[in-house]
Write a protein that binds this ligand. Structure first.
Ligand code: PLP
Length: 420
């Protein structure tokens, strides 16, 4: 009931027959009950047992030793960057086909980013191109599991281990995805998840999680996400204090006064913890993840079936061993078959399908061009984006009727725009 109301609301609001999802999962009475339960309990709304529970459930699902919740996926990526500890002059290899947040934390650092071109069949980093970009300064690889389909992690990890590089998986699309039976977020060294409104589950609109196995990283993140870079007593004789010993009468209050010794860490810390209400909703949503992703898979296979019959249209085929989280639906049109992706996109809009194309190649965004990147750097990513790439709305609340409308829409768009 709640699902239907939300969808009808979206149609009214947007005027589209098939709108893009404002919410990527269904929220209903269970989530409302979870919110009410926290509020009625009188328990703390910060750093309490709901956060513990959500993180424990997440660890159980992903299989990493640690899962620490945060306020967003972007924050998780910032924390990952902090953990790697990049120094000026270091190099990082990145995918150009992702949301800008994947590598946003690198913009402010004096590091060289090398964009590595993608595999045209999956839109993920092409592992065969990695080795050629490695230099003695390469420290990390930032990749995304595009649309929920895992990157070719075995060959990528082989190169990474050979050169001692840290691999960051942006799992914002990939909650519930797996690669030869192993979950996304446990395939590289650090996994970063988002629970923003449009993702496969949400923690009331914003939220994130970072996953990994290393103990020293857990200690660092636990402290800096809670404004507590050093909660331990710092002796006044510490050579780190520029002010000399504090007055003796304050001495015993030092700890209560939150004496901070930030120099042991490379960050002054921040406040990035997920609140209790959001965490409680996260726990409920996580229980429904499999059901949500099952419906996403159903929508995807119906679309694949309808679209692959059309001349000049190519659908994404997951390689063996890859189980997607089906976050985005992507297909391609062929210029050789007289099709233009821009014309098809416009026709789909006219038909009442809300088009949001994801994502403009990062190396061509102004902020990366300013750093010397430009056209020609990733020919596959550029060709696909400018000539072939299209996305359709894909979320669990879509009705079968809406899926049929999308198939009709693509059929019509392709027929009416084809140049013979
Ligand atoms: C949504 C998203 C993010 C950012 O997550 P937020 O929680 O919105 O900060 C990062 N990377 C990708 C690929 C995303 O889709």
């Amino acid at each position: 009931m709640v699902m239907k109301t939300a969808r009808a609301g979206a149609e009214r609001r947007t005027g589209y027959r098939v709108p893009y999802p404002a919410i990527g999962s269904a929220l209903g009475t269970d989530e409302i009950a979870a919110v009410a339960e926290v509020l009625r309990s009188g328990d703390t709304l910060s750093c309490g047992q709901r956060r513990e529970q959500f993180e424990a459930d997440f660890r159980a699902l992903i299989g990493t030793k640690y899962a620490l919740s945060l306020t967003s996926g972007t924050t998780a990526l910032e924390m990952a960057t902090y953990l790697i500890g990049l120094r000026p002059g270091d190099e990082v290899i990145c995918t150009p086909q992702t949301y800008q947040a994947t590598i946003e934390p690198l913009l402010d650092l004096d590091v060289t980013v090398r964009f590595s071109d993608i595999d045209p069949d999956t839109l993920n980093l092409d592992p065969h191109r990695l080795q050629a970009l490695v230099t003695p300064r390469t420290r990390a690889v930032y990749l995304v599991h595009y649309g929920g389909l895992c990157a070719a992690m075995d060959p990528i990890m082989e190169v990474a281990e050979l050169h001692d590089m840290v691999v960051v998986e942006d799992c914002a699309h990939a909650l519930g995805a797996s690669y030869f039976g192993r979950p996304a977020g446990a395939l590289g060294h650090i996994g970063c998840f988002s629970f923003q409104s449009s993702k496969n589950i949400t923690t009331l609109g914003e939220g994130g999680m970072i996953t990994f196995d290393r103990d020293e990283w857990a200690d660092n993140i636990a402290r800096i996400r809670a404004n507590e870079p050093d909660a331990d007593f710092v002796p006044s004789s510490s050579p780190l204090s520029p002010y000399g010993p504090p007055p003796t009468e304050l001495y015993e209050h030092q700890k209560n006064a939150y004496t901070h010794d930030c120099t042991a860490l490379r960050s002054g810390g921040t406040n990035a913890t997920l609140g209790e209400v959001a965490a409680a909703v996260g726990t409920v949503q996580l229980r429904k993840l499999e059901e949500f992703n099952r419906r996403r898979r159903e929508v995807t296979s119906k679309l694949d079936e309808g679209l692959s019959r059309l001349a000049g249209v190519r659908v994404l085929t997951p390689p063996p061993g890859h189980e997607s989280a089906y976050h985005l639906y992507t297909f391609f049109v062929s210029p050789q078959a007289g099709l233009s992706r821009s014309l098809v996109a416009r026709a789909l809009e006219d038909f009442g399908i809300e088009m949001q194309l994801r994502y403009f190649p990062l190396h061509l965004l102004p902020e990366w061009r300013r750093k010397g990147h430009g056209v020609g750097e990733c020919p596959v990513a550029e060709r696909l984006w400018f000539e072939e790439h299209l996305n359709l709305p894909c979320y669990p609340m879509l009705t079968d009727e809406q899926v049929d409308i999308m198939i009709q829409a693509v059929e019509w768009a392709v027929e009416t725009t084809r140049v013979r």
